[in-house]
Structures are given as structure tokens and as C-alpha cells.
Design a protein around this ligand. Structure first.
Ligand code: PLP
Length: 423
């Protein structure tokens, strides 16, 4: 596509955008002067859909009117409430509904998955992660190693980019997996990487891992709702993600879990158990031995927070209507436009460190601003942009296809240019 660096060009693209009506379905944070911010931070906290409020109010109302009877008599009964989310969530991540459940929060789920899938032996005990993995993922992996009596210094393998590079090369991932081979118990990568925005080929990595006899899991916090995931088809063993980033479900909202169907009925798989994972027919008899539900729901521990789920449901309804396919199509164009405009600023001043191949990224671009510090970012904020600053010199910008416009992207680049000039 031919891009142009002009406001009228951006506005023309907005007019032709088949998803443009979705912007009006969100609350855009406003500046003191009443104008909306240019919000490019949906990779950190997605915006609030306008329908979320009534979704939550429905549950408050039913709680008020029914008390405990709401479990069965609420408009959306709380007993099976999590099931209302499953099909739509499974679609977002490319899985079968039996492979997906919404529960807990991300790091909790990562630990629960490692309880089942990180089963170290004396020889095969190492965990492979990225060098710049999200801190929580690293802490989780290190503490699991320690929990099983291993020294993280030996057991945690951190995959680094080649000297002078920021993103990981596929062949380097392949090499590392082969090199550590039968010492590797688990491969666990963030997909998409939160810092660089790089999206890894899950199918290839799963295959390489499985060839060496390792388990392969992904943290899709930055992938879910951002890139077209195909978790089932990828063959990975498990995945976890959160719903407050691209999935617009509110601060600290619940996460999702994927367990590949080949594991679901495996009776030998260890698991931490709770009553919500038990056979729904006999759950309330309370005295039976644990009988796991034959889906990913078996990993549930507690009865879930309905108010948080109401927010997720409101958001998933938008995803269902917009469709991941259309969203990714727009995302590629929108991010392509951002890339074009940022590159226009000149490689001497800025460099996009996210891969330029659209198949290797979602909507986020990480922009390195040469010789800049946080003051530059603060000036950008004063000009009405909300993005994200990562030390020492990177601005992460995520134009989200559900609510961001080509005009947002154009104005962002214009403001970035002006703060760089004043530097
Ligand atoms: C956002 C994010 C987290 C946050 O974890 P919580 O348990 O939801 O606080 C963890 N890992 C990655 C890769 C993330 O992007």
C-alpha cells in the first residue's frame, strides 16, 4: 500500500475503514482541555467499552435482587457464568472451546500450568525463556526451578539476541533448543514479546521443542486479541494470557488458559485441584473424590469473580462482531502506516526495533529514539499522547485496530517529530 504523510490522507483511510464505528463504542480518556488523548497504550491497558458498565450493573442488580439464588436465577446465572465466555475467547486465540478456560490472573495461571507441565527430572530440568522476558515470567520460572530443588543460575536459560541485534532470530531459537536438547524440560516464550513486539512462529517452535522431548508453552499476554493466534494448530502444550491489555476487560481482570486437547484427559498429569474443576453434576455433593471435568475447566480452582467476568464478556462481544480476521487486516495497515511515518523521521533520530515483517509482529511498534531520555517522552505526554516509555530510550506505541484511527497515528508521528526537534 502507498502511504502519504498528510492529515487528509489519514482521514481518507479512516473514512474507508470498515471497523471505524467501533471507536465510538469505547471511552477515550480526555485531557484537561476536554479533547481526547491520542491513546496508543492498549498493549498495557485496553480502553473501557461503553457497554461494560451495564454488563457489570446487571450482575450487581441480580446480586441485589436474588442474593445467593443468583447462582441459578440471575439473568446470566453465575453457576455456569464462565462458560458464556469460552467460545468467544477460544475464537480469539484459535483454540477449541474445550481447550480454553477463563480463570485467575496471568502469573497465577502460569504457575498452575507449570505445576502440570514443568516436571523436571535430574537430567531434564532446564527452562528456556527470552533474555528480555517480562519480569513476572522470569520470576515464575526461577521460583519453579527453586521449588523443584534446582539452581536457577544453572536451570534458567535465557535466549539473547545476537550482539548488536534486538530481536531473536528464528534459527537462533532452533539452535538453542537443539543445543540444550535433552536437558530442556520446558520452553516458555512470551508471544508477542512485550518489549520488542516480536511475534514468534509458535508452530515451528513447538515442533522443534517436541522433537527434543520438551514441553512448549507460551505467554500470550501481548498476543491475545492482537495477533491471529492459532493455539490448537500450533501444537503447543499450553498457553496463558491476560484480558486487560488488548482484550479491554479492565485493570487486573481475569486471564485465560489454553491446554492442548491431547493433555486434557491425561489422568497421569499432576494438577492442583479445587472444587470448580470437579464434575459439574456432582460438585455440590461435596463428598466425592475429585473427578476432573474433561476440558480445560478441570484446572479451575475457585468459583470465579463474576463482576470481572462481566467485563470480559462485554469486551468479547465486540471481538465477536468485529472478528479477528478483520481486526488483523486493519492492524497490518494501521501499523504499517505508523511504521512509514516513523521511518520518515529519519534513521539518524529514530529506529523501529520491532520486526518490519508484518507476520512477525502485531500492532505494537517499539521505537528507539536516539540520544533521548524520559524528558522527551514527558513532553510527548504533555502534547496529549499516551504511549509507554521503556528505559533507556524506547517508546512503545500500539495502535489498536478496534479503537485507534489512522488520524491518531498521523498525529502521534507529528507530535513525535516536534518533540524530537526541540530536544
Ligand atoms: C502483562 C504481562 C504480565 C502481567 O502478569 P499479571 O499476572 O497479569 O500481573 C505477565 N507477563 C507478561 C508477558 C505480560 O505481558
Amino acid at each position: 500500500m502507498e502511504y502519504k504523510n498528510s492529515l487528509s490522507f489519514a482521514q481518507k483511510l479512516d473514512k474507508k475503514d470498515p471497523l471505524r464505528k467501533y471507536r465510538k463504542k469505547f471511552h477515550l480518556p480526555k485531557r484537561k482541555n476536554g479533547k481526547p488523548y491520542i491513546y496508543l497504550c492498549g498493549n498495557s491497558l485496553g480502553l473501557q467499552p461503553k457497554k461494560t458498565k451495564s454488563g457489570i450493573e446487571q450482575e450487581l442488580k441480580d446480586w441485589k435482587n436474588y442474593g445467593v439464588e443468583g447462582h441459578f436465577h440471575a439473568k446470566n446465572p453465575w453457576m455456569p457464568y464462565h462458560e458464556f465466555l469460552t467460545t468467544a475467547m477460544a475464537k480469539v486465540v484459535g483454540a477449541k472451546p474445550t481447550e480454553v478456560v477463563v480463570m485467575n490472573t496471568l502469573t497465577v495461571n502460569l504457575h498452575l500450568m507449570m505445576v502440570s507441565f514443568y516436571r523436571p527430572t535430574a537430567k531434564r530440568y532446564k527452562i528456556l525463556i527470552e533474555k528480555d522476558a517480562f519480569p513476572s515470567d522470569k520470576y515464575a520460572a526461577e521460583s519453579q526451578l527453586r521449588f523443584h530443588g534446582h539452581d536457577p543460575k544453572k536451570g534458567l536459560i535465557e535466549l539473547a539476541a545476537l550482539p548488536g541485534e534486538v530481536c531473536l532470530r528464528e534459527e537462533e531459537i532452533k539452535k538453542a533448543i537443539a543445543k540444550h536438547g535433552d536437558e530442556l524440560a520446558l520452553i516458555m516464550l512470551g508471544n508477542t514479546n512485550y518489549y520488542t513486539g516480536q511475534f514468534f512462529d509458535m508452530k515451528k517452535i513447538s515442533q522443534w521443542g517436541h522433537e527434543q522431548g520438551c514441553i512448549v508453552g507460551f505467554d500470550c499476554a501481548h498476543g491475545a486479541g492482537n495477533v491471529e493466534l492459532d493455539l490448537h494448530e500450533s501444537g503447543c502444550d499450553f498457553a496463558v494470557w491476560c484480558s486487560y491489555k488488548y482484550l479491554n476487560s479492565g485493570p487486573g481482570s481475569l486471564g485465560g488458559v489454553f491446554v492442548h486437547e491431547r493433555h486434557i484427559k491425561d489422568k497421569k498429569l499432576p494438577r492442583f485441584e479445587g472444587w470448580w474443576g470437579h464434575n459439574k453434576e456432582t460438585r455440590f455433593r461435596m463428598r466425592d473424590n475429585f473427578e476432573p471435568i474433561p476440558t480445560a475447566e478441570a484446572w479451575q480452582l475457585s468459583n470465579p469473580p463474576i463482576l470481572s467476568m462481566a467485563a470480559i464478556w462485554s469486551s468479547l462481544k465486540l471481538y465477536e462482531k468485529a472478528g479477528m480476521e478483520r481486526l488483523t487486516e486493519k492492524s497490518k495497515k494501521l501499523t504499517g502506516y505508523l511504521e512509514y511515518l516513523v521511518n520518515e523521521l529519519g534513521k539518524e533520530v529514530v529506529e523501529v526495533i520491532t520486526p518490519s515483517d508484518p507476520k512477525q509482529r502485531g500492532c505494537q511498534l517499539s521505537i528507539q529514539v536516539k540520544k533521548a531520555d524520559k524528558k522527551l517522552y514527558d513532553r510527548l505526554t504533555k502534547k496529549g499522547v499516551i504511549a509507554d516509555w521503556r528505559e533507556p530510550d524506547v517508546i512503545r506505541v500500539a495502535p489498536v485496530p478496534l479503537y485507534n484511527s489512522y488520524e491518531d497515528v498521523y498525529l502521534f508521528a507529528k507530535k513525535l517529530r516536534s518533540v524530537i526537534k526541540k530536544k
